[in-house]
Ligand binder design. Structure first.
Ligand SMILES: Cc1cc2nc3c(=O)[nH]c(=O)nc-3n(C[C@H](O)[C@H](O)[C@H](O)COP(=O)(O)OP(=O)(O)OC[C@H]3O[C@@H](n4cnc5c(N)ncnc54)[C@H](O)[C@@H]3O)c2cc1C
Length: 331
């Protein structure tokens, strides 16, 4: 059921089998599996998942290639609720490991916020990441195209850029390096620094060797209409025509609530085993937050792995069920 400020108090004494932080592709998938294993689960989600930006999911078996992320999320949430899962809209601020249980402190409501603490035996961190975008004076101008033909994911959208004139927007040399992978799909690549950093002579030479122009002026605005970016206007008023863009500026990891818990990490990503378990025995990490490919299909598979491992452990700890019905008939 959907938890609200009004009905939340009924759930404060409950210990869920699992609390899932994040109701994106990974979290919803984990929730579906947990409910189908007859375990109790609560998904806490602040909204605005990365998958919400995804206008078309091109590479998921069984779904039409124009499926928008919002449809995937809505269908997943409705399915989860129909299986009796609990869902709370809120921001997880802190997790405390109490030994047998986790205490999960949540901010609920932007105004007149309340801060309930909910408890579970296991925790699944499914809170994902969010991509950094070029910082322009009018950010609305960036949001207009981001997720449409201003892409953020080469694996997802390389195919969409075949033979197109593409601008690569980086915030460091490492970000610009994506151009050499993008070159698999198109020869027409222009790189933009937006005057954020200096480019070394080594990279300049490499770009020259590949024939990729480098633009170092600040960007005034993206041009285009109906969510289709058609070029970039630079600070001096000159215009560079483009058919698509690839933003490669890194991402913010949504994991500040885990700060008090020492988990093994690789860069910002959480390290897990093949069942998505972290270095803490009762914490699992799935989707973009963990080491691996940032893809819907991976996040969904991680959710299945984590939920299945949790079920195995709870089932083994409980022991094989002896049904009274069977015992009566066998006497
Ligand atoms: C523009 C774009 C296009 C893409 N295209 C494709 C594609 O074509 N194919 C593909 O496979 N993948 C694509 N991806 C990647 C895909 O969206 C991600 O890999 C996927 O969404 C990861 O799922 P997730 O569950 O890990 O994270 P998310 O879907 O981001 O879900 C995480 C959720 O956790 C919530 N959250 C974060 N912190 C907290 C907190 N403290 N408390 C409560 N909730 C919290 C977030 O708000 C969010 O709702 C695309 C991504 C983008 C941005």
């Amino acid at each position: 059921m959907k938890l609200t400020k009004q009905n939340l108090s009924e759930h404060l004494d409950q210990v869920y089998d699992t609390i899932i932080v994040g109701g994106g592709a990974g979290g919803l998938s984990a929730g579906l599996y947990l409910q189908r294993y007859l375990l109790s689960s609560l998904i806490i989600d602040k909204g605005k998942a990365r998958s919400l930006w995804m206008q078309q999911l091109h590479n998921y078996l069984g779904l039409p290639p124009d499926t928008p992320g919002r449809n995937l999320l809505k269908q997943g949430k409705d399915h989860y609720l129909s299986l009796g899962g609990d869902f709370l809209g809120g921001y997880v601020e802190e997790i405390v490991d109490e030994g047998e249980t986790f205490a999960v402190r949540v901010k609920v409501g932007r105004q007149d916020s309340i801060y309930p603490v909910l408890r579970s035996k296991y925790l699944i961190a499914a809170s994902g990441i969010i991509d950094y975008l070029p910082s322009l004076e009018k950010m609305q101008n960036v949001y207009e195209y981001a997720g449409y033909n201003l892409h953020v994911c080469l694996i997802c959208d390389g195919y969409e850029m075949v033979d197109q004139k593409v601008g690569v927007f980086g915030s460091s040399e490492a970000g610009l390096e994506v151009a050499f992978s993008l070159g698999w799909f198109t020869p027409y690549i222009t790189l933009f620094t937006n005057e954020l950093f200096e480019v070394s002579s080594q990279l300049r030479n490499k770009l020259k060797e590949h024939g990729y122009p480098l633009v170092e002026q600040p960007i005034k605005q993206f041009l285009g209409q109906n969510h289709q970016m058609t070029g970039v206007e630079l600070a001096d008023g000159s215009v560079i025509e483009l058919e698509a863009g690839l933003i490669s500026m890194g991402s913010q990891y949504h994991a500040s609530y885990l700060e008090g818990i020492n988990l093994e990490r690789q860069g910002g990503n959480i390290v897990t085993d093949k069942m998505a378990r972290t270095s803490h025995p009762r914490i699992f990490a799935i989707g973009d937050l963990k080491v691996g490919l940032n893809q819907i299909v991976i996040a969904a598979a991680d959710g299945a792995s984590a939920a299945t491992q949790i079920w195995r452990e709870i089932r083994r700890a409980t022991g094989a069920k002896r049904w009274m019905e069977n015992l009566k008939t066998s006497v």
